[in-house]
Design a protein around this ligand. Structure first.
Ligand SMILES: [Zn+2]
Length: 314
C-alpha cells in the first residue's frame, strides 16, 4: 500500500513538473527567433547616472562641474530644508538644475520606516508637491533618506506615484536593478574612502576600488549601467575630494559609447522598452510607446521609432 502511495505521489509530482515546464516558453526572452537585447537611447551600450542627495549649497559647485563635462545629474532634495542654513534657496532650484533631474528625498529627511503610514505619505507627497511647484515639472523619482525603508515605505512610495527609489546599497556591478523601487546603485562616490577619518591607507585602498570599478565600466563589452551616488557636501571634507570628483568626471566625459542620463529618463526608457510587442517568431516588433527604442538583434543594432512597427525578413 505504501509503495502504491509513493508511486502515485511520484506520478503527481512529475505531472506538476511537466505542467510548469509547458508554460515556460511564453515569455519575451524564450520566444523562438533571433535574440533581442535592449540598447540604451541612441543605440549606446553604456549609461551613466550620477545620483546626489540632500540639496545642500555644495550642489552649486557640483552642478557647475557636471555642466562643464556635459554630464546630467539626478538630485534628490528635501524641500522642507531648502532656504535653511547650508541648503539651497528655493528661488534657485529651477535655474540651477535646468539640465538635471530634481527628485524626492522626503520633505524633512526623517528615517521613513520609523514613521506612521500617514507621516510617510505626507513626507513624500509634500516633497513631490513643493518640488513640482518649484521646477514646473513632474517629479516622480526618489532616494530614501538615510537609505532607510521597509515594506510599508516601499508600498506607500508606489502609492504616491514614485516610479523608482534609490537605496544606498552598493551593488558593485553594472546590471539594471530588477525592482525599480529598491534601486541599488553601483558604488558610492570614491567607494568607502573617507568613511574612517584620517585613515590614508583605507582611503588609498577604497579609491583604488572606485577607479577599478569605473575602468571596468569603461572596458565592459556588454550592456553596462554605472550609477554613482553620494552627496556634493562630502567633497568639502578631508582630502582633495573636489579634485577627485573632477578626475572622475574627466574619465567618464565625452565618451560616444555612454548615454549620460538622469535616472528618471533611464527608468522611463526601460519601461518603454518593456512595452514592446513581438510576433511569436520575433520578426515583427511594435513600439507603441512615445520614445524611440534601440535594440540589438543578433549582432546588428536597430531603431524602432515611437509608434512604429519594424519587420525582419529573416
Ligand atoms: Zn540624505
Amino acid at each position: 500500500m505504501k509503495n502504491i502511495s509513493t508511486i502515485i505521489l511520484l506520478f503527481v509530482l512529475l505531472s506538476v513538473d511537466k505542467t510548469v515546464r509547458a508554460q515556460e516558453p511564453i515569455t519575451k526572452d524564450t520566444i523562438e527567433g533571433k535574440n533581442i537585447e535592449m540598447l540604451f537611447p541612441g543605440g549606446k551600450t553604456k549609461a551613466l547616472i550620477i545620483s546626489m542627495d540632500d540639496g545642500r549649497d555644495a550642489d552649486r559647485r557640483l552642478v557647475e562641474l557636471l555642466n562643464k563635462y556635459g554630464i546630467n545629474g539626478t538630485f534628490h532634495l528635501n524641500s522642507g530644508k531648502l532656504g535653511t542654513k547650508d541648503y539651497l534657496k528655493k528661488e534657485e532650484i529651477k535655474t540651477l538644475y535646468k539640465n538635471h533631474e530634481v527628485s524626492v528625498h522626503s520633505a524633512n529627511h526623517p528615517p521613513l520606516s520609523k514613521l506612521s503610514a500617514k507621516e510617510i505619505r505626507d513626507e513624500i507627497l509634500l516633497d513631490r508637491k513643493e518640488l513640482e511647484r518649484l521646477t514646473g515639472k513632474i517629479i516622480n523619482g526618489m532616494a530614501y533618506p538615510f537609505g532607510n525603508y521597509n515594506d510599508t515605505v516601499v508600498a506607500i512610495a508606489k502609492e504616491c506615484g514614485i516610479t523608482y527609489a534609490r537605496t544606498v546599497e552598493d551593488a558593485y556591478n553594472f546590471s539594471i536593478p530588477t525592482n525599480f523601487l529598491l534601486w541599488t546603485p553601483t558604488i558610492h562616490q570614491f567607494g568607502k574612502a573617507y568613511f574612517i577619518p584620517n585613515d590614508s591607507l583605507n582611503n588609498q585602498k577604497e579609491l583604488a576600488i572606485f577607479y577599478k570599478t569605473i575602468n571596468q565600466f569603461l572596458a565592459a563589452d556588454t550592456l553596462a549601467l554605472l550609477d554613482v551616488w553620494g552627496h556634493s557636501w562630502e567633497n568639502d571634507g578631508e582630502g582633495n575630494r573636489w579634485n577627485e570628483m573632477e578626475k572622475f568626471c574627466k574619465l567618464v566625459a565625452h565618451n560616444p559609447a555612454i548615454f549620460y542620463s538622469t535616472q528618471i529618463d533611464l527608468v522611463n526608457y526601460i519601461n518603454a522598452y518593456k512595452t514592446l510587442q513581438y510576433s511569436i517568431n520575433k520578426r515583427i516588433i511594435t513600439n507603441n510607446s512615445s520614445m524611440d527604442i534601440f535594440i540589438k538583434r543578433g549582432h546588428k543594432s536597430f531603431t524602432i521609432k515611437a509608434g512604429e512597427t519594424i519587420r525582419f525578413t529573416e
